[in-house]
Design a protein around this ligand. Structure first.
Ligand code: RIB
Ligand code: CA
Length: 308
């Protein structure tokens, strides 16, 4: 089973992914690293620390980059709530991150343990890009990198064609996707098709009755309001949890396409678009494993087991 480093901008769906990883009987989380995205860095770090404590885990949380490589930070607080966790009044402050910078921890852990670490990225790719810039050999020593990001069908959430994690820091995404690191991309299309939890299912999951079950459902309050109003989804979707689930159990990726993925780093309409070069028109880009569909039943089973 994989040994994970999870890089997260700890919003309400990230937190569910952290619970799934920390509670999985045979996954090991060596470190959690935080990055600005859904919320500013300090909130992402506090939210991750809160979630680790709620799971009774001792996993270290290291803070990383407070902003994208080149662009100003635009958060997703209008989606996930000002605190990123549904604004339901959780005591999300006052915890202390582990000493050390996320980028150094990613480099040191992966180079000390070549071939052992799976990176799972749940937010903008700023920390991973910086690690690759500082230590290009990282691309050769990482077992694999599973990215929640992009949209293989061109249907975006933050813009007509771009998904938030890539749109937030497209330069970082281009560095990561062009690095040659063994990369699996689970885009928003996978979440929208195979990881939407409707109100009835949310009630059933919450009825498991554990503190973790109530936490994982209640913190989706702001997301549910936003999605209902802006996307017409019948419930909330869980993009980070399904990407995490694929990292732990690759069989959940039921349909994949191995293809180069190019990132639009312009400032125009297509900023942050993930373009699949199916025809191989541009030969110098490495191939990425793009997940197109997921085994929803297998994913829900892992989620339910984590909440019990
Ligand atoms: O577009 C969805 C992604 O953006 C998820 O990772 C969500 O947490 C936000 O970071
Ligand atoms: Ca996220």
């Amino acid at each position: 089973m994989p040994d994970l480093i999870i890089d997260t901008d700890t919003g309400s769906d990230d937190a569910v992914a952290l619970v799934m990883a920390l509670r999985h009987p045979s996954a090991r989380v060596s470190a959690i690293t935080t990055v600005a995205g859904n919320v500013p860095l300090d909130l992402a770090t506090q939210n991750a620390l809160y979630t680790v404590a709620l799971c009774g885990a001792g996993t270290p949380v290291y803070a990383g980059r407070h902003a994208p490589l080149l662009r100003p930070l635009f958060t997703g607080q209008h989606v996930h709530g000002a605190d990123g966790m549904g604004d339901i009044g959780l005591p999300l402050s006052g915890r202390v991150a582990a000493p050390g910078h996320a980028v150094d921890v990613i480099i040191d852990t992966c180079t000390r343990r070549p071939g052992e670490i799976t990176l799972v990225t749940l937010g903008p790719l700023t920390n991973i890009a910086l690690a690759l810039l500082r230590e290009p050999a990282l691309a050769q020593v990482v077992r694999q990198c599973v990215v929640m990001g992009g949209a293989s069908d061109g249907y975006g959430n933050v813009s007509p064609v771009a998904e938030f994690n890539i749109w937030a820091d497209p330069e970082a995404a281009r560095i990561v996707f062009d690095s040659g690191m063994p990369l699996t991309m689970a885009g928003w299309d996978v979440s929208r098709q195979d990881a939407v939890i409707d109100r009835n299912e949310a009630a059933q999951l919450r009825a498991i009755g554990t503190p973790l079950a109530e936490f994982c459902i209640d913190i989706q309050a702001a997301l549910l309001r936003y999605l209902t109003e802006h996307t017409g989804l019948n419930g909330f979707d869980l993009p980070d949890p399904i990407a995490l689930a694929i990292a732990i159990d690759p069989l959940i990726a039921s349909e994949v396409l191995d293809v180069p993925v190019l990132i639009d780093t312009s400032d125009g309409l297509c900023r942050g678009q993930t373009v699949l070069d199916v025809r191989r028109a541009l030969r110098q880009h490495p191939v990425v494993r793009v997940v197109r569909r997921a085994d929803r039943a297998r994913f829900i089973a892992m989620l339910e087991a984590a909440l019990r």
